[in-house]
Design a protein. Structure first.
Length: 369
């Protein structure tokens, strides 16, 4: 028996020891797609007659084809903002794009055997979607994504949100992290796509709270919920008295009761939010380093300017000194010339000659001249 029956080639061999690492790095760093739950959906299709699927919140449309592959004859894909990628991915005859917002569009499309809800992850929207489905499709199976952290007890609001102020909690761009209880820009943020409620918990807050309250509202004909604790939590719900409900929930028990899955999910969100925090800090450090580099270069430019000013002042000073010396020299020459030509000087010289003449004469008589 092959012990690696999932993917014998993916595990690697002695000749190809890097196969598993290759497979790991081919995955996105944050796993979030419903396609990862294929084996759980396979159980749903195995236990129930599923012909019509209503998929709420389709994003890229890469999962929609999976429902057709598992046996659905029609998949109605509800997405308010379909991208070109989504339109291209919905190329099968079974796949029908419904451009609109749930729950408003639910009246306009055929009732489903399976509802896959992965749209706007908040109490108000999910509550209304559930009230519609539990009333109009009592024999459907309902699958929800994001019943665990971060949306279980904290609303998210896709933007632009059509919800009223009374239906929402104060929310912002910051996101949750598992490392403390407040939202933070270093957390699980929506980057403009969605906002998160600032406070978690309390009434009318979060997806799991919405499901619990909907179950209470429809308690007269009870529905049963089970949660697979992986990839943000997958809820599966069926009316207890609907055909095959007990068998379906029993078939999912290995997933929903797995403490291994639960531990791995908790570890995954802890690691991922630590990565988010480190990325945020790295960007903040890079920004700080950029700001520092800009300040240093501005100060260097200022220093260069001051150095130029100093050089110019030195040059002006040298020129001034040079000019002053030349002027001094010219004045001295002028004075010397004036002295040469001065009548007083001439008179003084004549007088000195006249007055000194007798002494010279006498000296010459004495034989000393
Ligand atoms: C988490 S993504 C869906 C991911 C997809 N199910 C998958 O597994 O790959 C959520 C999507 O729901 C859409 N959405 C938001 N509010 C919605 C609403 N009220 N009705 C339907 N879709 C909605 C968003 O535009 C977004 O594409």
């Amino acid at each position: 028996m092959n012990p690696y029956f999932n993917d014998p080639h993916g595990i690697g061999t002695r000749e190809d020891p890097h196969a598993q690492a290759r497979k790991a790095r081919d995955q996105p760093l944050l796993l979030h797609s419903l396609s990862l739950f294929r084996e759980v959906f396979a159980e749903v299709f195995a236990q129930r007659e599923i012909s019509t699927v209503v998929e709420i919140g389709v994003e890229s449309g890469r999962v929609s084809g999976m429902y057709a592959e598992l046996g659905a004859s029609a998949v109605h894909c509800v997405e308010p903002q379909p991208t070109d990628e989504l339109r291209a991915n919905l190329d099968g005859a079974e796949l029908h794009l419904v451009e609109g917002t749930s729950p408003a569009v639910l009246d306009e499309i055929p009732v489903g055997d399976l509802y896959v809800i992965d749209g706007d992850h908040n109490y108000a929207t999910l509550g209304k979607e559930l009230d519609w489905i539990l009333t109009h499709a009592p024999d459907a199976v309902v699958v929800f994504h994001d019943l665990l952290w971060p949306c279980s007890r904290r609303d998210q609001y896709y933007q632009p949100s059509g919800l009223t102020a009374e239906e929402t909690h104060p929310a912002g761009e910051d996101g949750p992290t598992v490392w403390h209880d407040d939202t933070t820009p270093a957390g699980f943020v929506g980057r403009g796509a969605f906002t998160a409620a600032r406070e978690a918990g309390g009434e009318r807050n979060g997806t799991l709270t919405a499901v619990e309250d909907a179950l209470d509202r429809h308690a007269d004909d009870p529905w049963e919920l089970t949660v697979v604790p992986a990839v943000f939590g997958l809820g599966v719900m069926a009316r207890r008295s609907s055909p095959g409900a007990a068998a379906l929930l029993e078939a999912l028990r290995p997933y929903s009761t797995s403490t291994l899955l639960e531990a791995m999910e908790n570890n995954r969100i802890a690691l991922y939010t630590r990565v988010l925090q480190m990325q945020y800090e790295a960007v903040a450090h890079a920004d700080a380093a950029d700001r520092l580099a800009m300040a240093v270069s501005a100060q260097n430019a200022e220093l260069d300017g001051l150095r130029n000013e100093l050089d110019e002042a030195h040059a002006r000073y040298d020129e001034q000194v040079h000019r002053s010396l030349e002027e001094k020299r010219a004045l001295e020459l002028e004075i010397a010339e004036l002295r040469e030509r001065s009548p007083a000087r001439v008179l003084k010289d004549v007088l000195r000659t006249v007055l000194l003449w007798p002494r010279r004469k006498w000296n010459s008589y004495e034989g000393r001249g």
